[in-house]
Design a binder for this molecule. Sequence first.
Ligand code: RM4
Ligand code: MN
Ligand code: MN
Length: 427
Amino acid sequence: MVIREFVSEHNRKAVEWLHQDYDHLGRQLHRRGVDIEALTERAMAFRVAVPSWGVGTGGTRFARFPGPGEPRNVFEKLEDCELVNQMVRVTPGISLHIPWDEPEHPAELLEFARKRGLFFDSMNSNTFQDQPGQALSYRFGSLTHTDPAVRAQAVEHNVHCVELGRKLGARSHTVWIGDGGNFPGQVHFRRALERYLESLRAIYAALPDGFRMFIEHKLYEPAFYSTVLNDWGTSYYCTRELGEKAFSLVDLGHHAPNVNIEMIVARLVQLGKLAGFHFNDSKYGDDDLDAGSIKPFQLFLVFHELVDAELEKVPGFDPAYMLDQSHNVTDPLESLMTSAVELVRAFVQAHLVDRAALREAQEGNDAIAALQLLKQAFTTDVGPILAAARHRAGGAIHPVAAYRASGYRQRRAAERPAVAGRGAGIV
Ligand code: RM4
Ligand code: MN
Ligand code: MN
């Protein structure tokens, strides 16, 4: 049975209760002056891109424990992405990582995606690993390497990604580098940043019209003492220096524990430089856990800032959302579905904030009232809205249950025998 029919059959058993819950919530929200139908429309309009590398099992530097039926190439990755989108209906955009996903024939890949209702969102370069046959090593850095020949090689790779992205209809290019130092004194901080900017300028010059460039800061890892693009301030400085096509990307996992990320979001919005997000969650560092699994209130507060900017129509506000997680012990497709749902949840909850009342509380310095207004939105169970939105869009009322019942993984396991020799690492 094709997935679409299977999903609608699976939904049949749940739809009666969904209607009851939806009507009940609708009445509750009505008392608060909120129109549930308008919220459901917002939920249906939400979009978050899926990274091609997210459909494979991740790993740590200690080990990787591959699951059954893992995709073995970019086409199989797209098949899995299609499945996720069929269930949750908010993830038609795919981010590619090059050279992991390098297509032999870009036009063929584009056609394959189009047929499945998918499109390419952002391109991602990789100069944090060495590839077989690569002339010069990135062991001591790429875009900031002390050797100009290594920098030139890394720039060329990024320009290639941009060029490929143009052919694939992508809209942006994301640069994350592993450059930094493991020991004090290893890297001259100011010179390394100068070299970084010089390399970025060369990549920036290759951007076609309408293409945006995103740079992604990270406080540590793989370098353990210092990274070149370590925080949002440095990132903002660089995107300002580069020009209007450059924006600063926020990966939720790339900050020290307890950093007020929602405030960073507000700052970048205000300064007109927010590229968008890599969503994930973390307990200690860049744990790449599923979005909303550890700090759902933080996720809500981030969306509170985003929705606020959207409703106020802040000029130029056009953030790109993507999941960036490492699924080490779960079925990646279940993690992606669950995470996408968590984002829509936070997005819808953020719409529930009574902004006029919040403003009044802020102007009147009423801290308790302000917090209560946020908490009221955050503690509202918007599950029926999310389920109704998926259902109306042809998705699953219960995505993970439907996926498990569909036997998709078992079928893929039979079709895709494991490839030997894929060791530790993120993919
Ligand atoms: C990095 C960073 C990048 C991602 C790689 C795989 O930590 O988050 O966005 O491309 O991992
Ligand atoms: Mn990321
Ligand atoms: Mn990361």
